[in-house]
Each structure stands twice: as C-alpha cells, then as structure tokens.
Write a protein that binds this ligand. Structure first.
Ligand SMILES: NC(=O)c1ccc[n+]([C@@H]2O[C@H](COP(=O)([O-])OP(=O)(O)OC[C@H]3O[C@@H](n4cnc5c(N)ncnc54)[C@H](O)[C@@H]3O)[C@@H](O)[C@H]2O)c1
Ligand SMILES: [Zn+2]
Length: 357
C-alpha cells in the first residue's frame, strides 16, 4: 500500500520519486515555493531537488531550526517573501521539514491571500506520524503553544522513509512517543507490536500503521469536536512541561519527551479516575521510563505548571480537561481534573525511582 486517503487529500508513502513531480505538474501552479529550516535545507532539499525533473524551478524560503521559529515574526517573514516574490493565489507552498515547518508553513499558506495550496513533506518521525496528518496549522505566541492557528487540510502529504536517515536519535525517540500514544489510545495490538519491535530501527510499516491510526481518528472528527480529543492523551501535562522546559532548560525537552512525561502522569490519573487497571498502569509506566528515563520535576514548579494547564486551549469553561485511558487501547475524553489531582499525578511522577534521562 503506497497511498491512503485522508480527509480530503492523499497521503503517499515512499512515492516522491514517482509522484511529486507529477503532482506539481497536474496542479498547474503559477509557481511554487519550498519552505525548509536550516537542517532540512541541508539534509532533505537535495533529495527533493534531484526528483524534480519536470519542475526544477522554485523559490526557497528558509527559517531557523527550532520551536522559536513557530512565531508570528517568522510567519510575517514568510508572508513577506511570498509578497516579494509575487506569489498569487495559484501558488503552491511545499513544507519540507519537521512539525515546526509543517505547522508554520501550513498556517502561513492557509492565511496568505485567504489561503493558497500547500503540501507537507514531513522530515521528522514526529511530523510523519503526527503533525502532518489532520490539518492543524499554527504558531505559538505569549509562551502558549499552538494558541493561534487554523484547521486547513494540505493538498497532499508525502511520507518518505529515506528522509529520516539524517535525523538524530533523540528526534526519532520524540516521534516514537506519538506512535506509542497511538497504540495506548486506540489499538492495544499495535502497542503490543511496538513493545516487541526493534525500536532503534523503526520499520516503514510500523510508521505507516501509526499514521493509519491517527488518520482514522481525524477522519472521524476533523475539527476536534469529540473523538479526536483522544489524541491529546499525555498532552495536557506534557504541553505544560514542554513550555516550562523551553523557557528554563539549557537543553529543552523535545515534544515527545515532554509528552512521555505527560503520558506517565496521565496514566496515573487514568488509574485513579477512569479505571485503568493497576497492572496496565505499571506496564505503561515501566515501558515508557525504560526508554525515556525521567525528567526532574520539583514540587516548587507545580503551581507554574498548573497555571499553564489552565490556559491550555483544550479547556472549556475554565476547567482543566484530560483525555484518559480506560484500558490500553481505549481512551475517554473530557475528564475534568482538579489542580489537586494534577499535582498528585506530578508527585507520582516525581516519586518514580528512575535516574534522569
Ligand atoms: N499539527 C499537529 O497536529 C501537530 C502534532 C504534533 C506536533 N505538532 C508540532 O510539531 C512541532 C514539533 O515537531 P518536530 O518534533 O518535528 O520538531 P522540529 O520541526 O523542530 O524538528 C526537530 C529538529 O530536527 C531537525 N530536522 C528535521 N528533519 C530532519 C532530518 N531529516 N534530518 C536532520 N534533521 C532534521 C529540525 O531542523 C529540528 O532541528 C511542535 O511545534 C508541535 O507543536 C503539531
Ligand atoms: Zn504531540
């Protein structure tokens, strides 16, 4: 299988050589732009360029690598480049990069002249299995992640296993976190499969299966009115840790590392609030800690973390909402958690006897 259908567009697997050029030609675009960051410009752009035989001419927009670029300032920079290059409504933007490039590029394209076509070529594992699928675009502002954005579907997504070859191991582990999440929230067999697989050398099939799980969820609920919220498992607490770490640590947590810590806390909450059996809680926590180790979270920062959680865009009516597990492979949305419960889960995490990663 080298193609699956998403909401309104195809997701192609390992088909850049045969399909990308054709896609651009058939779109009859006035011109096209490729957005990269400094790493994907170096490591991934040559791979793409070599395969653009019929469409060799494009304009390059390059941003700095890192979450700091997912900002309004960089978005203005992209809009300005599009204006300066005379991009009309029939232009195409190709987002070649990780989640930062796909979120930011998707947002810039979805708003430029009320929306131009864009496609994603995700180059991190995280953006392949998560960020590029489902049509969420966005930027961070006032230290709040993804607080401004749109739901806009790309015209196509190209998942290319070869592009992961240059990705550092820490980034692979970041994406693996979302794959593990997919198993935990929706597919116990997939969780078991991951547990028994060689996670150092992830196969293209495991990656594809993870995308299929996410794709099913977003097709059922494109605008996150209900079911799609299961994808937020681990993210209420994970996002707060990610923001904290970004502002305070010399070597900030990756998204996946933060989500793993969040998943451990929310696994504890699942046991307390939604009936996750004790042995399954232990299974999840042991497995995740075994791969990721532990992040130092002291009681002193709990108030700061819960304040960030209160501002989370997933909340409704001022209550902090979590998606929690009923069992492995089944997730329950809209569980209101009190500050005390969230602090208890952080305390549980802090008490776990594992060395820091
Ligand atoms: N839209 C969504 O549904 C969604 C879902 C999950 C995450 N996200 C967002 O995604 C972002 C995180 O994405 P990410 O983890 O991909 O981060 P990222 O885009 O910052 O990429 C991580 C690092 O890897 C480098 N890199 C990318 N591809 C490479 C390659 N092939 N070889 C070598 N280096 C490479 C990048 O330059 C960067 O330094 C966050 O902003 C998060 O909010 C969005
Ligand atoms: Zn995530």
């Amino acid at each position: 299988m080298n193609k699956i259908d998403s909401i309104s567009y195809p997701i192609y697997f390992n088909s850049i050589t045969t399909r990308l050029d054709q896609f651009i030609t058939e779109g009859k675009y006035s011109r096209f732009f490729i957005l990269t960051d400094e790493h994907t410009g170096k490591y991934c752009l040559p791979y793409i360029q070599e395969r653009l035989k019929a469409n060799p001419k494009f304009d390059l927009i390059e941003i700095n690598a890192g979450e700091e670029s997912k900002s309004i300032d960089f978005c203005v920079g992209i809009w300005k480049m599009l204006i300066d290059f005379g991009a009309d409504r029939n232009a195409l933007l190709i987002n070649l990069g990780g989640g930062v490039v796909t979120d930011l590029g998707g947002f810039a394209a979805s708003t430029y002249k009320r929306g131009i076509d864009f496609i994603h070529i995700p180059t991190t594992l995280l953006s392949q299995v998560d960020a590029s699928v489902g049509g969420k675009t966005g930027i961070d502002i006032f230290n709040l992640k993804n607080i401004i954005g749109t739901f806009t579907q790309p015209k196509a997504v190209f998942i290319e296993h070869a592009l992961l070859e240059t990705l550092p191991g820490r980034q692979i582990k970041s994406g693996l976190a979302e794959m593990l999440k997919h198993g935990l929230i929706a597919d116990a067999d997939y969780w078991d499969l991951l547990k028994s697989s060689d996670l150092e050398n992830l196969s293209a099939e495991l990656i594809r299966d993870s995308i299929i799980i996410k794709n099913k969820v977003v097709i059922a609920d494109p605008n996150e009115r209900g079911l799609r919220k299961i994808l937020n498992f681990g993210h209420t607490i994970g996002h707060a840790l990610e923001s904290y770490s970004l502002n305070n640590d010399e070597r900030p947590l990756t998204h996946g590392e933060a989500v793993v810590a969040g998943m451990i806390c929310e696994t504890y909450l699942s046991h307390v609030k939604t009936g996750l059996p004790y042995d399954q809680m232990v299974e999840i926590v042991d497995f995740l800690l075994g791969i990721y180790g532990k992040y130092e979270v002291s009681e002193a920062i709990f108030p700061q973390l819960t304040e960030t959680m209160k501002k989370d865009k997933k909340n409704q009516g001022g209550k902090i909402n979590c998606s929690l597990l009923a069992k492995i492979g089944e997730c329950v949305i809209d569980n209101t958690c009190t500050t005390d419960e969230l602090c208890d889960s952080l305390r549980y995490y802090a008490s776990l006897a594992y060395a820091q990663a």
